[in-house]
Design a protein. Sequence first.
Length: 59
Amino acid sequence: MDMLALFDGEPRPDSAADLGARGWSTTTRAPADFLRSFDRGPRPDSDTASDRWVFAAKP
């Protein structure tokens, strides 16, 4: 079996926009930036440079 067949080739959904449309407030941060605020985590590299975490709160 080809490993790439296990992954969806479509673009990832825009979670922040979807949650915002439902009334949630959102912020989006790179994992390295978030973890750096706690003096933790890996250094950003080319494999994770485009990753983003979405934080949401229901008002």
